[in-house]
Design a protein around this ligand. Structure first.
Ligand code: SF4
Ligand SMILES: [Zn+2]
Ligand SMILES: [Zn+2]
Length: 312
């Protein structure tokens, strides 16, 4: 198979675009797609300070690398969950990338360690507060990213969610008719109240396979293994179903998710109520930590109070 842009041998076929690229042409294609995502979804401007959520996996490290190569000012935050073995290995990948790539671009890494803050790793903490591990993890990560962004005045928070993630999430939301989640599923979520950062997903145009190929071509050393807590997650079932549809009909994921975004845009244009305004009427500062919340005390502060006093 030959590259469609130059005479070199292709490293990746892309049936959804009916094309194939060699390493350098793939790199150019992916960076152009990310730049297009940033512009078309008004994610951020060159002067903005970006905080990237990194986990040590291919998506988040690739996102950080691309933003730096495109000349954006992007630092990163890693949350060490204290999962025996996995957390040490993922942290090592993040720290190595920081040393080998990010620091030479003037970027820095912040690490938040759950054990140091809460006195227990994520599994023990979830047991203490009697909640599933992943929902405890979600609350902590959301809180810490928002806190670090707020304290350090980052303009925007970026995550490595890709087309596979977003299409699978959309499928889940549609199957359960989660209207509230459907309304908020977007590559760009505006800063809804003061102190609540704007959130963006610049990789939403790229599939997992394309990102993995980019990471290999550009020698990004990432952790291949998934978090052990992800086993049995519904999202993996949705991804598997979409992969089978994609194999039968290339471009299914793109048509599904991008089609949804088009419809959402049309619906927003015909409605006088913007999503940000909806949020502003319902969010207020937490009475313990001042971060935005719908309740008097935010879910993170309630969870930590419960962890300190589990009998309550
Ligand atoms: S799988 Fe669950 S515990 Fe692991 S990182 Fe994801 S949300 Fe957190
Ligand atoms: Zn080429
Ligand atoms: Zn709080």
């Amino acid at each position: 198979m030959r590259c469609r842009k130059c005479p070199k041998r292709a490293v990746l076929g892309m049936p959804r675009h009916n094309t194939a690229f060699c390493g350098p042409c793939l790199t150019e294609f992916v960076r152009t797609q990310v730049q297009r995502a940033i512009k078309s979804q008004a994610m951020f401007a060159p002067e903005d300070q970006i905080l990237v959520a990194v986990s040590g996996g291919k998506d988040s490290l690739t996102l950080w690398e691309i933003l730096l190569k495109l000349g954006y000012r992007a630092d990163a935050l890693y949350v060490d969950l204290g999962i025996s073995g996995y957390s040490e290995r993922s942290r090592e990948k993040v720290e190595r990338f920081t040393r080998d790539v990010a620091e030479s671009c003037g970027a820095k890494l912040t690490i938040h360690t759950v054990k140091e803050d809460a006195g227990a790793g994520i599994k023990e903490l979830a047991n203490l507060v009697k909640r599933p591990t992943c929902s405890t993890c979600g609350t902590i990560k959301r809180y810490q990213f928002n806190r670090v962004a707020w304290e350090n005045k980052y303009d925007v928070m970026a995550t490595g969610h890709n087309l596979d993630d977003e299409a699978a999430r959309l499928l889940g939301n549609v199957l359960q008719w989660q209207e509230e989640y459907l309304q908020k599923q977007s590559p760009t979520l505006p800063a809804s109240v003061a102190g609540f950062s704007k959130k963006v997903k610049p990789l939403y145009r790229m599939t997992e396979r394309e990102i993995a190929a980019y990471a290999i071509v550009n020698r990004i050393d990432y952790l291949v293994e998934e978090c052990p807590m992800a086993k049995g997650a519904k999202m993996l079932v949705y991804k598997d179903a979409l992969n089978r549809l994609e194999a039968e009909s290339p471009g299914t994921k793109q048509r599904f998710y991008w089609g949804f975004l088009e419809k959402q845009k049309k619906a927003a244009a015909s409605s006088s109520i913007a999503m940000a305004h909806l949020d502003q009427t319902t969010l207020q500062p937490c009475d313990t930590c001042s971060q935005p919340t719908t309740a008097g005390t935010c879910s993170f502060c309630r969870m930590m109070a419960r962890a300190k006093n589990p009998t309550r």
